[in-house]
Design a protein around this ligand. Structure first.
Ligand code: FES
Length: 280
């Protein structure tokens, strides 16, 4: 069993969970993920690592409460335990001195892009952090990013902070900052990664994304996480999770991610007693 060290909602509907998993913490690298189960009968879901502490033996993940399992995870309190934490899984993000790198994160991807941005900065890159969301109240860890970023940019759908709109504003942002970008790395929801890749393609910026398809084993055996990249079938868990965003078949990925929406979302919305029962 893996003990919950800390758990809280960091911004509306987004949760941060720190788990005791010394062996995972010892080996963790930026860009990797873990697979967790919230209960013995529960499904296995992948969550990107947002941080870890090898000395304390802990790993931290940030996730959106969007379905049955993430709802179960969101209800965990410090001191409780979960049966499965497997990892670290996937290939680490390639950290080199590229020059100027845009690290973009949205929603739970703000958390998972953080260790990547930190490692890139330590490697000597100029790090431009872009965080995006529906509104400014959905941003978190801005103080952490400020310490490791050469420049921080905000994009909000409602214009409450920074640029109004989507990552489509990328050409304007680059022009305003007066920079040449050598690489872009995007973490977050599939739609944000798709849109970011579409924005960077005409600018000729090499763009890597961290794909998050449905997974079961996370070790290349079940095939559930298959994605099409450059016309070739790849398994996100063992060949990724990082892929060239300009080569990903986004429509297929978006479609496959919807496979279990009824099983995931419907029970969550019809089980209003879950939270009350848990709190009772
Ligand atoms: Fe089973 Fe990737 S999760 S092959």
């Amino acid at each position: 069993m893996f003990k919950v060290i800390a758990s809280r909602m960091i911004v509306p509907n987004v949760h941060i969970l720190t788990l005791e998993a010394p062996e995972v913490a010892q080996e963790a690298k930026p860009g990797q993920f873990i697979i967790v189960r919230a209960s013995e009968e529960g499904e296995r879901i992948p969550l990107s690592l947002s941080d870890w502490d090898a000395d304390l033996g802990t790993v931290t993940v940030i996730f959106l409460n969007i379905g049955h399992t993430t709802n179960q995870l969101s209800l965990l309190e410090a001191g409780r335990s979960i049966p499965t934490v497997t990892g670290p899984l996937g290939n680490a993000t390639k950290i080199e001195n590229y020059g100027t790198v845009i690290c973009m994160g949205g929603c739970y991807g703000i958390g998972s892009i953080f260790p990547i941005a930190r490692a890139l900065k330590e490697k000597g890159n100029k790090v431009i952090t872009i965080i995006e969301g529906r509104s400014s109240y959905l941003f978190y860890w801005e103080d952490r990013f400020a310490r490791i970023s050469d420049k921080m940019v905000h994009i909000t759908r409602d214009g409450s902070k920074g640029y109004r709109g989507h990552i489509d504003r990328l050409p304007e942002i680059i022009r305003d900052l007066d920079i040449t970008v050598d690489r872009m790395i995007i973490n977050g929801c599939t739609y944000a990664m798709k849109r970011g890749s579409e924005a960077s393609k005409p600018l000729g910026i090499t763009t890597w994304v961290s794909l998050n398809p449905i997974m079961i084993d996370g070790t290349g055996m079940c095939g559930v996480c298959r994605v099409s990249v450059g016309g070739t079938t790849r398994f996100a868990c063992v060949h990724g999770p990082d892929f060239d965003g300009h080569e990903v078949n986004w429509d297929e990925l978006l479609q496959r991610r919807k496979t279990y929406v009824p099983e995931e979302v419907v029970p969550m919305r019809t089980s209003a007693c879950q939270r009350k029962c848990h709190q009772a």
